[in-house]
Design a protein around this ligand. Structure first.
Ligand code: SF4
Ligand code: MG
Length: 331
């Protein structure tokens, strides 16, 4: 049984004039215990909203989020408390998410106080020291303030705070995007190390595919509120199917000059459409070089096209491709 299951989850935000912003539309995926599931897509595609709705910061519009088989939006107060303990979040901007007037010790002990863990002050302080060491900082840092640290160190503090309650699962919302490239790998390695030591499960949200590859077992690609492809990290990199995934991958610089030309650079045409008024049919069609008639009229179905490889694109629905070419030929 997966630790987390998201079933047809939809999150719409009401906006002016009886309109809705369709941030997340009918998204389904599940995460196994100990796994890292990467969720990628351009900013505004709904990946942060997905994370926030899962953890309960937003109420879902429809669908289900199951944690160990239980609907997290229907928990009793007591169950909610346990769920919050088991499921923590790390944010993109470590500075904004740390109270500037609190010391590192206060920041890391706060969740323990709220949840009544380590009620004795001395025990709590020991726990803070332990956590600081877990994330590569030390006890001398406990009485300092967030502004005294570099971006990478602040993110380590954010991670220590997320670990304070011994969670099972962490939603990391672009935890490295605000960091220098040189620091990004260090934070990714730290997250990997912590995962091994503590058996953590991660939902790792990112806007590009370069770092996610190194940490994720499986990756889901989102576009305009929709999941468009989902497979193992390896097959996503070696055998991407959806035209959008191909475009995202082609944007990653390949360090080996010998294979530089092996991957065609695909530049996405046009603007990202508004999630208030998404295109009919396939949401990607306004920027897709393969768009056919069917793409404007029918939503592509989410289908399994290979072992553990799911995609929503008419190109992989032979019936529709044949029909479209017949129509084109008869014109
Ligand atoms: Fe492109 Fe059509 Fe596939 Fe959408 S369904 S990605 S428009 S080919
Ligand atoms: Mg975001």
């Amino acid at each position: 049984q997966p630790i987390l299951e998201v079933k047809n989850m939809t999150k719409y935000f009401p906006v002016a004039k009886n309109k809705e912003l369709k941030a997340v539309d009918n998204v389904s995926f599940s995460i196994q215990k100990g796994e890292t599931f990467g969720l990628v897509g351009e900013s505004g595609c709904g990946k942060s909203t997905t994370g926030r709705t899962i953890i309960g910061l937003y109420q879902k519009t429809s669908g289900e989020v199951l944690y160990k088989g239980k609907d997290v939006h229907k928990l009793s107060e007591k169950e909610k408390f346990t769920f919050q303990r088991n499921m923590q979040m790390i944010f993109q901007d470590p500075y904004a998410s740390l109270n500037p007037r609190s010391t590192v010790r206060e920041i890391i002990s706060e969740p323990m106080e709220v949840h009544g863990l380590y009620s004795n002050k001395k025990e709590r302080l020991e726990r803070v020291y332990e956590l600081l060491e877990d994330v590569g900082l030390n006890r001398d840092h406990a009485n300092r303030y967030p502004h005294e640290f570099s971006g990478g160190q602040r993110q380590r503090i954010g991670i220590a705070r997320a670990l304070a309650l011994n969670p099972e699962c962490i939603i990391a919302d672009e935890p490295i995007s605000a960091l220098d490239v040189s620091v990004q790998a260090q934070v990714v390695n730290l997250l990997k190390k912590l995962q091994e030591e503590k058996g953590l499960t991660y939902l790792f949200i990112a806007h590009d595919l370069s770092m996610v590859k190194h940490i994720s077992n499986r990756i889901g690609v989102m576009y305009l509120g929709h999941l468009v492809e989902l497979t193992t990290s390896n097959s996503l990199y070696n055998k991407p199917l959806h035209p959008y995934t191909k475009a995202l991958l082609s944007a990653i610089p390949i360090p080996d000059p010998d294979i530089e030309d092996a991957r065609e650079r695909i530049v996405l045409q046009g603007e990202l459409p508004s999630p208030i008024d998404p295109p009919s049919g396939c949401v990607f069609r306004t920027r897709c070089q393969f768009a056919m008639d069917a793409c404007a009229n029918m939503k592509p179905e989410w289908q399994e096209v290979g072992e553990n490889h799911f995609v929503a694109c008419h190109l992989y629905n032979e019936g529709i491709v044949d029909l479209t070419s017949e129509i084109a030929a008869s014109k």
